[in-house]
Design a protein around this ligand. Structure first.
Ligand code: PMP
Length: 368
């Protein structure tokens, strides 16, 4: 069997996560701190919009770049936010879909992509599959944007820099000052930035600034999965200023031959989602963040997360993987840090679960 597989399949290693899921299958009613999706359901109003669209027969392909009304609504949003007069917009099958299209459109073999470490898993694996080179810059122990290290990592092969704020797995939000400093460096060299802002709404301590506000050559990727708990609806978008119109057009061309389009009835519902007030969810998640952080801070080394729904915690002894094995043996599912990092010193907690389960998880972790 192995011989028929392409060489690129060997570049993907999902063993860390697989191990957790295999162990998880053996547990009864565990504290599940491993899930990367909200614990609430899609709001009723948005479900109704999707049902209405399906019943109205809006079940065929949409335009490749997305439903015209949704695209216009997204364009309006980024025009207002970033002051782009004629934004380029592409509706994708989730942010994951947008990432694949961006990397396919931009990365040649040996191109270098600078990524702060820890990082969201998808980036590394797709870039490796395309023959690109990930250049990781260490952001331990506070996980802030490592500006000087990024500046030092830039070479004439650097194709882009990836930012993810609020960050999965650390929950850290980059400050305006850090973002501005990076924008200054990239502007001098004309380097493209890809900013993955899927958690932009899960922002607990003031604003979550976007580098797109300070730097034109930025591809913004945002999604619907997390903000409205519609991870299964597969919707996200790519937006950029006119200066990157050609890139978005090439990505659209690739979408035409791959995903074809994002799911049509859900695109209709997404128009309503963009006007849906999510502050109640965010308030509830801020409380969960507080509960978790207050419950662990005196026993563990962790940075207080300001966004997303993750905390990246240092293993008190041994490697991240060893600690995770111990946690799972005690009925708490967490993910080892080396799934998101070149280091194996931490573990990731997702607190997207009930307050009772968070409390139970805290108590168990404190005892380990
Ligand atoms: N980026 C980040 C940082 C994520 O955490 C996720 C989901 N875990 C995605 C992108 C992909 O989300 P989706 O494809 O559902 O939009």
């Amino acid at each position: 069997m192995k011989e028929i597989l392409s060489d690129r399949t060997k570049l993907i290693d999902s063993s860390g996560i697989r191990k957790v899921f295999a162990l998880a299958a053996l547990l009864k009613d565990p504290v599940n701190f491993s899930i990367g999706q909200p614990d609430f359901d899609v709001p009723e109003l948005l479900k109704e919009e999707a049902i209405k669209a399906i019943k109205a027969g809006q079940n065929k392909y949409s335009q490749t770049a997305g439903d015209a009304i949704l695209k216009e609504r997204i364009a309006e949003e980024v025009r207002d936010e970033f002051g782009w007069s004629e934004p380029a917009v592409l509706v994708a099958s989730g942010v994951s879909g947008g990432l694949l299209l961006a990397f396919l459109a931009l990365i040649n073999p040996d191109d270098e992509v600078i990524i702060p470490d820890p990082y969201f898993v998808i980036y590394k694996h797709i870039i490796n599959m395309l023959g690109g080179r990930c250049v990781f810059v260490d952001s331990y122990p506070n996980f802030e944007l490592p500006i000087e290290k990024i500046a030092d990592a830039i070479t004439n092969k650097t194709k882009m820099i990836i930012l993810n704020s609020p960050c999965n797995p650390t929950g850290v939000v980059y400050s305006e000052q850090q973002i501005k400093a990076l924008a200054k460096i990239t502007a001098e060299k004309g380097i493209l930035i890809l900013t993955d802002e899927i958690y932009e709404r899960f922002c607990y301590d003031g604003e979550c600034p976007s580098i797109a506000d300070y730097y034109e050559k930025t591809l913004v990727l945002r999604g619907f999965s997390k903000s409205y708990a519609m991870t299964g609806w597969r919707l996200g978008y790519v937006a950029a200023s006119e200066s990157l119109k050609d890139v978005v057009e090439e990505m659209t061309k690739i979408q035409q031959y791959t995903f074809v389009c994002a799911p049509t009835p859900f695109q209709k519902a997404a128009v309503a989602a963009m006007d849906y007030e999510t502050s109640d969810f965010v308030d509830a998640y801020r409380k969960k963040r507080d509960l978790l952080y207050e419950g662990l801070k005196d026993k563990f080394e962790l940075v207080k997360p300001s966004g997303a729904f993750y905390a990246f915690v240092k293993a008190p002894s041994g490697s991240g993987t060893e600690f995770v094995e111990k946690a799972i043996a005690n009925n708490v599912l967490v993910i080892p840090g080396n799934v998101f990092s070149e280091k194996d010193t931490h573990f990731r907690i997702s607190y997207a679960t009930s307050d009772e389960k968070i409390q139970e998880g805290i108590e168990i972790l404190r005892r380990l």
